[in-house]
Ligand binder design. Sequence first.
Ligand code: G3I
Length: 358
Amino acid sequence: MKTTLLLAALPAATIALPTWPWNKPHGHNKPLKYSGLDVLAKRAGLKYFGTAIDNVVLDNPTYISIAHNRSEFGQVTPSNGQKWMYIEPVQNKFNFTLGDQITVPAKKKGQLRRCHNFVWHNQLPDWLTGRNWTKPELVKVLENHIKHEAKHYYNDCIAWDVVNEAFEDDAVASLRKDIWLDVIGKEYIELAFKFARKYTKPGTKLYYNDYAIERVNNKSRAVAALVKDFKKRHIPIDGVGLQAHYTVGRAPSYDEQLATHKLFSDLGVETALTELDVRIQLPDNATLQAQQGAVYANSTKACLDADDCVGITVWDFWDPVSWVPSTFPGFGNADIWDANFTKKPAYYAISDLLRSYD
Ligand code: G3I
């Protein structure tokens, strides 16, 4: 069932629906036949509609046939395969197997690759976290890692998430207390961007990527201040990734998201929804699924209407592989294909929204 009718029945207080018509002329007047999300997104003016892909499901042929279906997904991000613990499991011994399992087939299919990530507090190898470092030593470790990973994926990435989740969720959005801040100090962020610019292919978009910055709030203002400072001091940065991990009933409205895109585009950087998903408090039902569809549609619409939002990536498309249930017990079904590989109302909500821009 398509979601459009269900959306109309939702209480306005729960979800702020975009105003009909969701239209912006783009000059395509041909009648629309069925098309995948990436085809529709490109017609609506985005560079891509993509998905994250995890290595743990690569042996599922149905999953693979959808993940690498270029009509649905014109871009992919490895959910895990390019993270530090897998890429450099032993100091200065690099292993690109898990990243390549995602990027190589994507390249063959003509799907763009967003690369994720160079620096994070999470999924670090024991050799890195299990001993003390001096600042010069850790700076060298950081540069060496970025250098080798950037070189291996030199022709692969349209964008890199250079630094991921550097801010805490506390009231003042302080910098996250992790090994990078402890040993190097806040300078680690700009060093990472400088190394990324030095070793990635010219033109690769260098992103700061974080969650809970999709409203104008303390955390997004802290990120904006970082971007403004970088621009002033000519530290390279090209984009801010709004991860967009949402919950039905608590997601930012269309207006809130649009204002956030503007907060960043006014500073001269592009934005993207880099990890979009919308979790449901279980048990699931048709009303919740319709509300979920409205959140996906609102987010898609805000990206389309923003000045410089280039694309949308869902943080996997298939419910069984979602990171949500293990992190938020009692929540789930955050993705746009269900366990039986059936497209959910959320899929059609995005698709309908994109079609309305044709
Ligand atoms: O590597 C083992 C594998 O050997 C084993 O077979 C499998 C069985 O469960 O577990 C595998 O490791 C898991 C890994 O994902 C691969 O699926 C880890 O236990 C699990 O913790 C890890 O979770 C990932 C999480 O980051 C780690 O924090 C999620 O898949 C991944 O989607 C998630 O992604 C993050 C983004 O990078 C940053 N933003 C938030 C987002 C969601 O947490």
